[in-house]
Ligand binder design. Structure first.
Ligand SMILES: Nc1ncnc2c1ncn2[C@@H]1O[C@H](COP(=O)(O)OP(=O)(O)OP(=O)(O)O)[C@@H](O)[C@H]1O
Ligand SMILES: Cc1ncsc1CCO
Ligand SMILES: [Mg+2]
Length: 271
């Protein structure tokens, strides 16, 4: 039975303080379903969101952003141009960036776009288990935008992918896995109601970007975001009648969680 990683958990309050002090400018090129929800989640967490996605300006903006979030949920040809251009600009300018490969296994268009984006060296890739498996194997996997695998089963695949791509890999599910290929954490925070609303995964990815933008180191940034969203989900679910009010309470909880709450509620073990 693995025990809590107290060394890491004790760093969580300073990571959240850093995010709220820095109020990082997080550029998002994300999907049409979750744009408003994502911007509000970033505000609630303490970041400053900017949904700047036009091909004409996305790469220019990426050079001045604190971090960049690229989410392929509702991909179009112009959005691919914006994403690849912004990711390249971020890499050149030393701006950290995070990739959410939504439903990457579903179509050739998504697989080819993710292959192009991986060439721009994302700092972190965050997906559900079927998405991370599809990225790792390059083959068709999973049904669509929702997960259908257990994250714990992909920990080895994620660690190998982290080594191969030199990125941190964050796999979400009932238990999340975060790995840089050497250190691997399992995070048991969260609530099933998070899967009953659209965009909770996209919000996690954006908040990973927020911690990165506050210059928290990648492995710690990914884990802190997963703990924050997980605890917010747990709080929001208390006496919650259903998904509608859960989404509202989730936003309230994200804003109300203190740095100390983060350390007190974290369930992080070293794998
Ligand atoms: N069964 C579960 N129990 C508790 N928490 C969960 C469960 N499944 C997912 N979560 C949490 O929900 C959040 C979103 O993860 P999920 O894997 O559902 O992302 P996703 O599939 O990309 O979602 P979406 O694409 O709909 O935004 C994460 O914080 C994760 O820890
Ligand atoms: C439902 C849905 N379809 C494309 S993106 C998206 C939001 C979850 O990622
Ligand atoms: Mg998703």
């Amino acid at each position: 039975m693995p025990s809590t990683d107290h060394d890491f958990v004790s760093t969580l309050p300073s990571a959240l303080r850093r995010l709220r002090d820095a109020r990082p400018l997080v550029q998002n090129i994300t999907n049409d379903v979750v744009m408003n929800f994502t911007a509000n989640a970033l505000l609630a967490a303490g970041a400053s969101p900017a949904m700047v996605h036009a091909p004409e300006e996305a790469s220019e903006f990426a050079r001045i952003a604190s971090s960049l979030v690229v989410n392929i949920g509702t991909l179009t040809a112009p959005s691919v141009t914006a994403m690849v251009g912004a990711a390249a600009a971020a890499r050149e300018a030393g701006v950290p960036w995070v990739l959410d490969p939504v439903a990457v296994g579903a179509t050739t268009f998504r697989r080819e776009t993710v292959a192009k984006l991986l060439e721009e060296k994302p700092t972190i890739v965050r997906g559900n288990a079927s998405e991370i498996l599809a990225v790792a194997t390059g083959v068709r996997a999973g049904r669509g935008v929702d997960a259908d695998g257990a994250s714990s089963e992909v920990a080895d695949v994620a660690a190998a992918l982290a080594k191969r791509t030199d990125s941190v890999i964050a796999v979400t599910g009932a238990v999340d896995v975060v790995t840089d290929g050497t250190t691997t954490w399992a995070i048991a925070n969260g609530h099933p109601l998070l899967t009953a609303i659209t965009g909770s995964g996209c919000a996690v990815t954006a908040i990973v970007g927020a911690f990165l933008g506050a210059r928290v180191a990648p492995l710690e940034a990914a884990a802190a975001a997963l703990v924050l969203v997980g605890i917010a989900g747990e709080r929001a679910a208390l006496d919650c009648p259903g998904p509608g009010s859960f989404a509202v309470r989730f936003m309230d909880a994200l804003a109300a969680i203190t740095p100390e709450d983060l350390a007190a509620g974290a369930r992080v073990t070293r794998a």
